[in-house]
Design a protein around this ligand. Structure first.
Ligand SMILES: Nc1ncnc2c1ncn2[C@@H]1O[C@H](COP(=O)(O)OP(=O)(O)O)[C@@H](O)[C@H]1O
Ligand SMILES: [Mg+2]
Length: 233
């Protein structure tokens, strides 16, 4: 930082250390699970799906994700995010959503955050014993995040208090045109949530269908045979 008249201004340092530190802070803030850290859209695989139809769906999702990252600065103005859905677990929804967040942080230096719906609800609940206004402040903080991945929306059994909090978060983010990337095990119109929430998600995100196929087992098998080849070789 340097003092310039009334203002403190950040000046780029010659060695790039401050920029690197800023990037590291952004990655830490993102709280992306270790399983997914460092993954990018480019290393999202489309060869691990079984049928041609599923490969095609995965390829389409990857193209959308790649162009979304490339054109992020312009798209950000519109406030439109993405909604990845498929009824099968292990089809790569979280993997691609997190990769987009990683790429946005690294290529555009914009802050992103990852949270499952359960984590958001737990964080809200944890403010309940605190002083007045703590919950409101947390919700405002969640609304302010430039890019938020909300993982597994719609899987929790909804109660009134949950719907009210989600409505506040999504409505706030919609009004402020913040980017939200959702993953879910059902299509937007099938979400068992209040209509007001469903309407907001429809406005805030482009639905992208994922293959109804789990690649978890295929990938684990490949990893094991690679390891075996290495251990025997
Ligand atoms: N297309 C893919 N390329 C590489 N790894 C993948 C791909 N799809 C899924 N995986 C891996 O498989 C596991 C399950 O994927 P995940 O994204 O959690 O599925 P979902 O969110 O659809 O339940 C993760 O470890 C993920 O890294
Ligand atoms: Mg997932």
């Amino acid at each position: 930082m340097e003092k310039r008249g009334e203002y403190e201004v950040a000046i780029p340092c010659k060695c790039g250390f401050l920029e690197k530190q800023a990037l590291e802070n952004k990655l830490k803030f993102a709280s992306i699970p270790k399983e997914f850290s460092g993954h990018t859209v480019e290393n999202f695989r489309t060869d691990c799906y079984f049928s041609a139809e599923n490969k095609e769906l995965a390829e389409m999702a990857k193209v959308i994700a790649r162009n979304y990252v490339d054109q992020f600065k312009e798209i950000q103005e519109s406030g439109k995010g993405l909604y990845f859905y498929s009824s099968v677990k292990g089809s790569g929804k979280t993997r691609l959503a997190v990769s987009i967040a990683n790429d946005i942080i690294c290529k555009h230096l914009i802050s992103a955050k990852f949270a499952t719906t359960l984590q958001i609800l737990d964080e809200i609940k944890s403010t309940w014993g605190d002083q007045e206004g703590a919950e409101q402040k947390l919700i405002q903080d969640i609304i302010r995040v430039p890019v938020l991945v909300i993982d597994d929306i719609g899987v929790e059994r909804s109660k009134d208090w949950i719907e009210e909090r989600f409505y506040n978060i999504l409505n706030g983010r919609m009004i402020q045109k913040k980017i939200t990337i959702f993953t879910s095990n059902c299509a937007v119109e099938e979400l068992r949530l209040d209509d007001r929430i469903v309407n907001r998600i429809q406005k805030m995100a482009l639905p992208v269908a994922f293959p109804n196929e789990s690649v978890r087992a295929t990938l684990a098998r490949q990893e094991n045979s690679d390891l075996l080849a290495r251990l025997l070789g």
